[in-house]
Design a protein around this ligand. Structure first.
Ligand SMILES: [Mg+2]
Length: 361
């Protein structure tokens, strides 16, 4: 068929109009996109106890159930091989999934690991990655039971699925927080974010002059928290030992603010936290000062700390106070969907969700 110039212009203009009607993923953001894509998901199986919408899905019948969670990590989006040793990457890929299993109050048992790799990777490189996978499996007592390997056009992609078990009555969701519950967090906040800033800075220095070796000595703690996160399993065990049953639980992967808002939304409540109660280490304060970043930013929005955020009844206050490495940072309020932080000078700041905002950033 022969097209006249007018026809060509008409087709192009139709295409542009069509383009304009398409919605941008960037504008929708991560959480909006998930909500949009999963709004039609309907569970028809009796064994699906909890589908989409928590740290992990819950599957089972009767008393015993399994939790299942999966995560994908993409080179250039989630990790940069300029400063991420493959062994650490293997370790972290497993741990971030186990964190979601623990956040359901379940015990992880198995993982599957799938990788897509381009021609730039050697067998030795993959061996290093799997060394990290096995190290994490050993550390947390889980079995690597399957996976897949395939080629990719560029870079590396990793998909890990973790399975865990729990009695149905022991599973803790995001939707159980009640007004006046105390909000608690394990460990400390913001270190992984500062570790990432340090690594990004050293990468830039190295790119400008490859004879300069990275200086990471002063930042061991924050860099370690970014490259090799670990889960505070001992704290969770202590909660059980003291017979404290959290009413809601979530792990901190996207940042404290985001996770607090998830709890508020799903528990139909609000929250107030106090700036002076936030556990921020000296290492984070020092690194933040050097980078001229307000330390509150990594603490609230940094992400990748893989600490556990949970709520407990007020009556468990004294017991929880006795657990080392747990901070009570605030309480649940009746102001639905409102997450507020009170600063040292008494002003109230509204907390915003982060997640990834732009697709590909
Ligand atoms: Mg999670």
């Amino acid at each position: 068929m022969y097209y006249t110039m007018q026809m060509v212009l008409f087709i192009i203009s139709q295409c542009i109009m069509k383009e304009e009607r398409l919605r941008s993923i960037e504008e929708m953001g991560e959480f909006g996109l998930i909500e949009h894509l999963t709004k039609d998901a309907r569970n028809i199986q009796d064994t699906t106890i909890k589908g989409i919408g928590d740290d992990a899905a819950v599957i089972g019948q009767g008393d015993d159930c399994q939790v299942v969670t999966t995560d994908m990590l993409v080179e250039g989006i989630h990790f940069d091989l300029m400063y991420t040793p493959l062994k650490h990457l293997g370790y972290k890929s497993v741990v971030v999934n186990l964190s979601d299993v623990y956040a359901m109050n379940a015990v992880p048992r198995q993982v599957t690991v799938s990788v897509a790799i381009s021609g730039k990777f050697s067998v030795e490189a993959l061996e290093q990655f799997y060394e990290g996978v096995y190290a994490a499996c050993k550390q947390y007592g889980v079995d690597l039971v399957g996976g897949d390997t395939t080629a990719s056009v560029t870079g590396m992609m990793i998909s890990v699925t973790a399975l865990g078990t729990a009695a149905q009555k022991e599973i803790i969701y995001r939707d159980g927080a009640k007004v006046n519950n105390l909000v608690c967090v394990t460990g400390d906040l913001g270190a992984a974010y500062m570790g990432l800033q340090v690594l990004e800075r050293e990468k830039k220095v190295f790119e400008e002059d490859s004879s300069i070796q990275p200086k990471l000595g002063d930042y061991e703690y924050v860099v370690g928290r970014f490259l090799k996160p670990d889960i505070r399993v001992e704290t969770l065990l202590k909660l059980r030992e003291l017979d404290i049953r959290p009413t809601s639980m979530i792990d901190i992967s996207d940042g404290l603010s985001s996770e607090l808002l998830h709890i508020c939304k799903q528990s139909d409540c609000g929250v107030v936290i106090y700036q002076d109660k936030l556990p921020v280490t000296m290492e984070v304060n020092l690194a933040a000062a050097e980078f001229q970043i307000e330390p509150l930013i990594p603490a609230l929005n940094g992400g990748e700390d893989y600490e556990i955020l949970f709520t407990i009844p007020l009556s468990a206050h004294d017991k929880v106070k006795s657990i080392p490495g747990v901070s009570i940072i605030g309480n649940i309020t009746e102001h639905k969907g409102k997450a507020i932080m009170m600063t040292g000078d008494g002003s109230a700041i509204s907390l915003q969700a982060q997640g990834w905002q732009a697709y590909g950033n």
